[in-house]
Design a protein around this ligand. Structure first.
Ligand SMILES: [Cu+2]
Length: 254
């Protein structure tokens, strides 16, 4: 039975693993998260295979003969089986939790000289504040420098929204009243899309923003060319909200 389970696990994994589930990756976190997903796919395939093999074995082995209308034998538990089906899932879940924890810890490891960008979300638009004395502000378009860790400070002005750039893999809720943090190091230049992934009202599906990852010099030039500053009501959310991450707002320099 173990052999059948392992063979079925291998077959399912061989079908599932070559599929590029997450699409192109464009941050240092992407390959680590993709590997985590692959490990989880193999583990899930094993559990699925085990259940299927036991189910079909039971269907075949204990099938009633034609005309047999009698009750099945009464069963009063099976200690060995119950220990096994408690211990094995516990080990699998603890391994999954430990591994995910290690990956999260790794991808959120603070790098030297990060840049902080404030993200403001509201029904149904994104806007951004950049560090520096003049607090440059952009609406509907986010620029970040290539190969530098960015600490995004998330602020929600009305309801809960969620910040998601699929190529970066990172997703973080924007919650009114608190400031959450997402840490990303973009490692491929290009243009991407920021998508709101928390159903936030009628305009949710169109709540998107353009994301540009570019060399540091071009990024500085773009920020310097912004002529708007973070508006006062937005600054108010920064001051008022509870910080959930110890890294202070504006710690990174441009
Ligand atoms: Cu939304």
């Amino acid at each position: 039975m173990l052999l059948a389970t392992l063979v079925l696990t291998a077959v399912i994994s061989a079908v599932m693993l070559p599929i590029n589930w997450n699409g192109q990756g464009a941050s240092t976190a992407a390959p680590k998260i993709d590997t985590l997903l692959d490990v989880m796919i193999v583990l899930s395939a094993f559990v699925f295979a085990l259940v299927m093999v036991m189910l079909f074995y039971a269907l075949w082995k204990f099938k009633a003969k034609p005309g047999d209308e009698s009750d099945g034998e009464p069963i009063h538990g099976n200690t060995k089986l119950e220990i096994a089906w408690t211990v094995i899932p516990t080990i699998i879940v603890l391994f999954g939790a430990g591994y995910s924890w290690a990956v999260l810890d790794d991808i959120e490891d603070p790098a030297p000289n990060p840049i902080t960008v404030d993200v403001f979300s509201q029904q149904f638009a994104w806007s951004f504040g950049y560090p520096g004395k003049d607090m440059a502000f952009s609406e509907g378009e986010l620029h970040v420098p290539l190969d530098r860790q960015v600490h995004f400070k998330m602020h929600a002005l009305d309801v809960i929204h969620s910040f998601w750039v699929p190529e970066w893999r990172i997703k973080k809720d924007n919650v009114p009243g608190i400031t959450t943090t997402a840490i990303v190091t973009p490692d491929k230049p290009g243009t991407y899309q920021l998508i709101c992934t928390e159903l936030c009202g009628y305009g949710h599906a169109s709540m998107r923003a353009k994301v540009v990852v570019e060399p540091p010099a071009e990024f500085r030039k773009w920020v310097a060319g912004l002529d708007e500053q973070i508006p006062e009501p937005y600054l108010e959310t920064i001051r008022r909200d509870t910080e959930t991450d110890p890294i202070p707002v504006g710690a990174g320099g441009a």
